[in-house]
Write a protein that binds this ligand. Structure first.
Ligand code: SF4
Ligand code: SF4
Length: 295
């Protein structure tokens, strides 16, 4: 999927829209919505799994990973033969990624944010920046119209942001993109949502669902993004999320009823719109609303 073209800055008129599917908490059915949306969209589409700590969109979509790439960041490496252990670099680093102890200078790469400041201020040019692996990316061609791009953070690596940015950059900007965001409202969600045109917020009609929906609504409003809500596992009479959306003038784009058959099919990794015609029709309507909002 990545070509030298994908690095070009394309003019506005040839850039495809970017939709994100997000959720204030885990377990709402966010990935199910993202996968089914991509499945029915009716044009060439890239689904980007940005939930890099636990990517799972590939569990619903057959297809072998055709390309694996490492994601690296730049971290300092100290040439001990040049270092006089003055400690300037450790004093400078805001993230405590450097320490000088008993005439040994130490680097903690997992804490480094790659600002390069230490390498610039070292009076003896003892610090060089070197690559440090934090995760990997995979590309899966699912069919003629759907490509899945997956970012995976390495176990023990604390920084999801670089992996999310790298997997987003892998997409072809001319093609419609759907991002499956990490759950919650952390920095990694903000990294995912940066630059998107439309956000689908998935929630469930429970007090917990409403609480976490309010948090992510606050975030997308701060980022000035256009958004609407999908209420999953809707039960007649459980109106608290619907009422909140009415009060806040938030469009409810889709309600998916609570149905044991949907849960069982999802647990078997099935694509719901292929098994249930009523859901296919509902997701097609969701696509229409997103396209209408894109103008
Ligand atoms: S600033 Fe340079 S010389 Fe001083 S402790 Fe750090 S690496 Fe060593
Ligand atoms: S590159 Fe920046 S963040 Fe990393 S160790 Fe040096 S000063 Fe700290």
């Amino acid at each position: 999927m990545e070509t030298k073209d994908s690095k070009k800055v394309w003019p506005e008129e040839v850039r495809g829209p970017i939709w994100a599917v997000a959720s204030g908490k885990g377990g709402t059915g966010k990935t199910t919505v993202a996968v089914n949306l991509a499945w029915v969209v009716g044009e060439k589409v890239q689904l980007v799994d940005c939930d890099v700590e636990e990517p799972d969109a590939h569990l619903f979509l057959a297809g072998d990973a055709s390309a694996l790439r490492e994601v690296t960041t730049q971290v300092p490496w100290i040439d001990q033969s040049k270092c006089d252990f003055c400690g300037l670099c450790a004093q400078f680093c805001q993230f405590n990624a450097l320490a000088v102890v008993s005439r040994v200078s130490l680097v903690f790469p997992e804490l480094c944010h790659g600002c390069r400041g230490c390498s610039m201020l070292c009076p003896h040019q003892a610090i060089s920046m070197v690559s440090h692996r934090v995760g990997q990316m995979e590309i899966r061609e699912i069919g003629p119209r759907l490509t899945l791009l997956t970012g995976t953070l390495d176990v023990g690596s604390p920084q999801a942001g670089p992996v999310i940015s790298a997997v987003k950059e892998l997409r072809d900007p001319r093609i419609l993109t759907i991002l499956d965001a990490p759950p919650g409202t952390s920095c990694s969600v903000e990294s995912t949502l940066r630059g998107v045109n439309r956000v689908v917020l998935v929630t469930e009609p429970t007090p917990f669902g409403l609480h976490d929906l309010k948090l992510i609504v606050e975030l997308v409003r701060l980022l000035r993004l256009s958004f609407g809500v999908v209420i999953n596992r809707m039960v007649p009479g459980q109106d608290l999320v619907r009422r909140y959306c009415e009060e806040e003038d938030i469009p409810v784009w889709l309600e998916i009823p609570e149905d044991r058959r949907y849960a069982e099919a999802g647990a078997r990794g099935r694509i719901l719109v292929d098994e249930f015609p009523e859901l296919r029709a509902a997701f097609v309507r969701l696509v229409d609303q997103l396209k209408e909002a894109d103008g």
